[in-house]
Design a protein around this ligand. Structure first.
Ligand code: DCP
Length: 218
C-alpha cells in the first residue's frame, strides 16, 4: 500500500489511435498494487447525452475546440485522482492532448489560431499551477498503416472517417514529442515498445515493461 505522503509511481501509456493502449492496460490487471486509469472515451461520447467525439469528427472546425477543452478537463481529473496503490498506470495525459492532438488540429486548420491560443494558455496554466506527476512514459510505437487497419476493424463508429494521413501526422507528432524531443516538453523517461506486433506476440513485448513498472509496486 501507499504510505502517507508518498506519491505513486506514475506511468503514462502513449501512442497513436489504435496502438493498443487499452490492451496494454488490461495486461496489468493481473497485478496487485497498480491502479489502472483508462481514458474517459465514454465520457467524451456521452456528456449529458451529447457525443462530443462524434461532433468533433463530423465538424472539426466547429467542435474541435469544445472537444479538446473537455478532454483537458477529464484528463486533469485523472492526473489529480488520489489512488491507494504505489503505482498508477494512466492511458494518455494532458501532454499528448496538447502536443499531439491540439497541435495536429491547429496544423490542419480545424482550430483557429485564437482557439489554439486559449487551449495553450490553459495548458500552460495547468502545467505551472497544478502538480502533474510523471515518472515513466510507455510509448506504444506503431506504423500508421497498421493502426489504420485496426481502426477499420474495430469499427468505432465515430472514427470511420479518419484518413491514413491523419494517423501519419499524429504518428510524427508522437515521434517529435517522445523520440526526437523537438516538440514541447517530455515529462519523463520514455520506454518504447513495438506496437505493430499482433495478438500472439504482443504479450511478450508488454512483458518487457513489467520490470520498470512493477518494481515500484513491491
Ligand atoms: N482523441 C482526440 N483528442 C485527444 C485524445 C483522443 O481527438 N486529445 C480521439 C482520438 C480517438 C479517440 O479520441 O478517436 C480515442 O483515442 P485514443 O488514441 O486516445 O484511444 P484508443 O481507444 O484509440 O486507444 P488504443 O486503441 O490504443 O487502446
Amino acid at each position: 500500500m501507499n504510505t502517507i505522503n508518498q506519491r505513486p509511481f506514475t506511468v503514462f501509456v502513449e501512442g497513436n489511435i489504435g496502438s493498443g493502449k487499452t490492451t496494454f492496460l488490461e495486461h496489468f490487471h493481473q497485478f496487485e498494487d497498480i491502479t489502472l486509469l483508462t481514458e474517459p472515451v465514454d465520457e467524451w461520447r456521452n456528456l449529458k447525452g451529447w457525443n462530443l467525439l462524434d461532433l468533433m469528427y463530423k465538424d472539426p472546425k466547429k467542435w474541435a475546440m469544445t472537444f479538446q477543452s473537455y478532454v483537458s478537463l477529464t484528463m486533469l481529473n485523472m492526473h489529480r485522482k488520489a489512488i491507494p496503490t504505489p503505482v498508477k498506470l494512466m492511458e494518455r495525459s494532458i501532454f499528448s492532448a496538447r502536443y499531439c492532438f491540439v497541435e495536429q488540429l491547429l496544423r490542419n486548420g480545424s482550430l483557429h489560431p485564437a482557439q489554439f491560443a486559449i487551449l495553450d494558455e490553459w495548458f500552460n496554466f495547468i502545467q505551472h499551477q497544478i502538480p502533474i506527476e510523471a515518472d515513466l512514459i510507455v510509448y506504444l510505437k506503431a506504423t500508421p498503416a497498421v493502426v489504420y487497419d485496426r481502426i477499420k476493424k474495430r469499427a468505432r463508429s465515430e472514427e470511420q472517417c479518419v484518413p491514413l494521413c491523419y494517423l501519419e501526422n499524429l504518428h510524427q507528432l508522437h515521434e517529435d514529442w517522445l523520440i526526437n524531443k523537438t516538440l514541447g516538453e517530455c515529462p519523463a523517461p520514455v520506454l518504447v515498445l513495438d506496437a505493430d506486433l499482433d495478438h500472439s506476440e504482443i504479450t511478450e513485448e508488454y512483458k518487457r515493461s513489467e520490470h520498470q513498472i512493477l518494481r515500484k509496486a513491491v
